[in-house]
Design a protein around this ligand. Structure first.
Ligand SMILES: Nc1ncnc2c1ncn2[C@@H]1O[C@H](COP(=O)(O)OP(=O)(O)O)[C@@H](O)[C@H]1O
Ligand SMILES: [Mg+2]
Length: 267
C-alpha cells in the first residue's frame, strides 16, 4: 500500500480531565479529574463497569464532547486539529455506516471528509485487508454484523489515522468473528505506529491486544489499576492468565456496590 502515513501517533495527555453532565441536583459526574498519559504508538485498553465514563473519556479525546474541566492534548494539539485533518478516527459498537452507501462508498467517504484524494484502489485494498473483498458494492443491510464492523474498521483505517479510538468496536460480533478480527486487524494499525485507545468489556481481549490496561472504577471514572502488558504475554500463557486475574480483581475492587444497586433500582 502507498506510504502516505503522516507518521507515528502522538502521546495523548489528559490533564485534570473531567466531565459533569447537567447541573444542580440532577448533575451526573461521569469523569472525575483524570491525570493520564497514553503513550505514543501504544494501544491502551480501557476497562471498567458499565456507565463508569469510558465512552465519555473517548469522546473527549476525539473532541466530540467538551470537558467540564481540564483538557486533552495530542502532542500539544487539540483534538479538533487532528479531527479536521483526518488524523483521528473513531469506531463505535454500532458500526454507524451510512445505509444508502455501499461498503466502498462508506470507506471512500472517510477520505472525502478528510479532504484527501479518493483513491479507489487504496479503498478496495483496505476493504480486502479487513476480509471484505467481493463485497465492495454491498449495502450495509446486506452484510452480517461482523462484516459491518469490519467495514467500519476499514473506514477508520483508510485515512491512516495517527490516533484510533475504538469504543467496544467488536461488541456486537460473535466470539468467533471477534477472535478473527482480533487476530487480523491490529497488524494494520501497529505497523503505522498509531496511538490507539480500546474500550472493551473483554479482559481477554484487553490482554490479547493492549500494551497497557487501565481499569476504571464505577462512575465517576477514576483509575484503580494501571497495568503494563509485556510483549510476550498473551491470554494463553501463565503470565497472561495471572494478568487477566489481576484485571478482574481490580474491576471488582473498583465496583461500587451502592452505586450499582442504585443504578439497578433506577432502571
Ligand atoms: N450526553 C449525556 N447526557 C447526560 N448524561 C450522559 C451523557 N452521556 C453519558 N452520560 C452519563 O454519563 C455516565 C457515563 O457514561 P458513559 O461514558 O457512556 O459510560 P461507559 O461508556 O463507561 O458505559 C453515565 O451515567 C451516562 O448515563
Ligand atoms: Mg460506553
Amino acid at each position: 500500500m502507498a506510504e502516505q502515513s503522516a507518521g507515528r501517533g502522538p502521546a495523548i495527555i489528559c490533564a485534570g480531565l473531567a466531565k459533569t453532565f447537567g447541573s444542580g441536583p440532577a448533575a451526573v459526574e461521569a469523569v472525575a479529574p483524570l491525570e493520564l498519559t497514553f503513550g505514543a504508538g501504544e494501544l491502551t485498553a480501557l476497562v471498567g463497569p458499565s456507565g463508569c465514563g469510558k465512552s465519555t473519556v473517548l469522546r473527549m479525546v476525539a473532541g466530540l464532547e467538551a470537558p467540564s474541566a481540564g483538557a486533552v492534548t495530542l502532542d500539544g494539539a487539540a483534538p479538533a486539529d487532528l479531527q479536521g485533518a483526518g488524523e483521528l478516527a473513531m469506531a463505535f459498537q454500532d458500526a454507524s455506516l451510512l445505509p444508502w452507501r455501499s461498503v466502498r462508498g462508506n470507506v471512500a467517504l472517510a477520505l472525502k471528509l478528510a479532504r484527501r484524494p479518493v483513491d479507489l484502489a487504496a479503498v478496495d485494498a483496505m476493504i480486502a485487508r479487513v476480509g471484505l473483498a467481493g463485497f465492495e458494492g454491498a449495502r450495509p443491510a446486506e452484510l452480517s454484523g461482523g462484516m459491518r464492523q469490519r467495514a467500519a474498521i476499514a473506514r477508520c483505517l483508510v485515512t491512516q489515522p495517527r490516533v484510533l479510538l475504538l469504543d467496544e468496536p467488536f461488541g456486537a460480533v460473535d466470539e468467533l468473528t471477534r477472535a478473527r478480527l482480533n487476530a487480523d486487524l491490529p497488524a494494520l494499525w501497529r505497523a503505522q505506529g498509531t496511538t490507539a485507545l480500546l474500550v472493551t468489556h473483554s479482559v481477554r481481549e484487553a490482554v490479547a491486544l493492549a500494551d497497557r490496561i487501565i481499569v476504571f472504577s464505577s462512575r465517576p471514572a477514576q483509575v484503580v489499576a494501571d497495568l503494563p502488558v509485556p510483549d510476550a504475554v498473551s491470554p494463553d500463557t501463565a503470565d497472561g492468565r495471572a494478568l487477566m486475574a489481576q484485571v478482574t480483581e481490580a474491576l471488582s475492587q473498583g465496583w461500587d456496590d451502592d452505586a450499582a444497586a442504585g443504578r439497578h433500582a433506577a432502571q
